[in-house]
Design a protein around this ligand. Structure first.
Ligand code: NAP
Length: 304
């Protein structure tokens, strides 16, 4: 499939489509100046991004909405051009008196049915999941009376964590993988495994960047989109927002794709160790992260 800056949507199994690059918007709320998310989303839209990834718990979802509404009012885009991914849930997990995380007693299949009802009510266009392993996906896919299949699974994915098995499983079931932390995320030790070397300093990727006159960030993003994986790099820096979008004017040979795949260390940067004791997570499978469900094109940030 030929991907370009103007035309880079790929099909979803429900008949909709998703732009293969989106802007991630998580940034530590304490250290992020108010308004920087809105400014970044506006720059991203002007640059050509048509997909924004957000969540209420990022505490800046209202800024995403503000920015998109402003760009629509300016006539720069129409609502239907923008693919917004939100994550339902209006609270981060509370802690008990001993500081242990408390989790909702939720039933995954019942929750999925509630999301199906949201789609039927016209509140969302597509339904996806996040941080699901193949067993959790099977739980939904094999649910009696399943009305809508998940169209996507948002998971960590980059050259050091290429997700070969999950990618194969998802391809078989027509589920698009959306790669979060596609650049190897930031170096915040409160939720990132900083013992793994920074992805963007990898010598092989640097050399490849030299060959194509591209930065390592552009190299790792191109790698994923060239194998059909959607990327949602986060940047609140105007130059880097633009840099991350310049990935449609070059491509790797099959051999180079294999060489990049061979960098896989099977180690994740995003560990979120505080969620390890989630009974739901451990009860269902060996997933080591909380489950979340994704809703697309939602009204979460006041978009209609
Ligand atoms: P990421 O996109 O891999 O990396 C973001 C970091 O890279 C930021 O520190 C950013 O700093 C820097 N950066 C951006 N472009 C760069 C470039 N060209 N060169 C060098 N550094 C660059 O990591 P992420 O934020 O963890 O993941 C992306 C998005 O995925 C999140 O924002 C969020 O929307 C989503 N996410 C979802 C989940 C989930 O559980 N579903 C988990 C994690 C993340 P600057 O801003 O200063 O450029």
């Amino acid at each position: 499939m030929h991907l370009s800056a103007v035309n880079h949507r790929i099909p979803l199994s429900d008949g909709n489509s998703i732009p293969i690059i989106g802007l991630g918007t998580y940034s530590a709320p304490i250290s992020t100046p108010k308004g920087s998310c809105a400014t970044s989303v506006k720059i991203a839209i002007d640059t050509g991004y048509r997909h924004i990834d957000g969540a209420y718990i990022y505490q800046n979802e209202h800024e995403v909405g503000e920015a998109i509404r402003e760009k629509i009012a300016q006539g720069k885009v129409q609502r239907e051009d923008i693919f917004y991914c939100g994550k339902p849930g209006d609270d981060v997990y509370p802690k008990d008196e001993n500081g242990k995380w408390l989790y909702h007693k939720s039933n995954l299949c019942a929750t999925w049915e509630a999301l199906e009802a949201c789609k039927d009510a016209g509140l969302v266009k597509s339904l996806g999941v996040s941080n699901f392993n193949h067993r959790q996906l099977e739980l939904i896919l094999n649910k009696p009376g399943l009305k809508y299949k998940p169209v996507s699974n948002q998971v960590e994915c980059h050259p050091y964590f290429t997700q070969p098995k999950l990618l194969k499983f998802c391809q078989k079931h027509d589920i698009v993988i959306v790669a979060y932390s596609p650049l190897g995320t930031c170096r915040d030790p409160s939720w990132v495994n900083v013992s793994v070397q920074p992805l963007l300093k990898d010598p092989f990727l640097k050399a490849l960047g030299k060959k194509y006159n591209k930065t390592v960030a552009q190299i790792v993003l191109r790698f994923n989109i060239q194998r059909g994986v959607v990327v949602i790099p986060k940047s609140f820096n105007p130059e880097r927002i633009k840099e991350n979008f310049q990935i449609f004017d070059f491509s790797f040979t099959e051999e180079e794709m294999k060489d990049i795949e061979a960098l896989n260390k099977n180690i994740r940067y995003v560990e979120l160790l505080m969620y390890y004791s989630n009974p739901q997570t451990l009860g269902i499978s060996n997933c080591d992260k909380p489950l979340s469900l994704l809703i697309y094109e939602s009204q979460v940030c006041g978009l209609e």
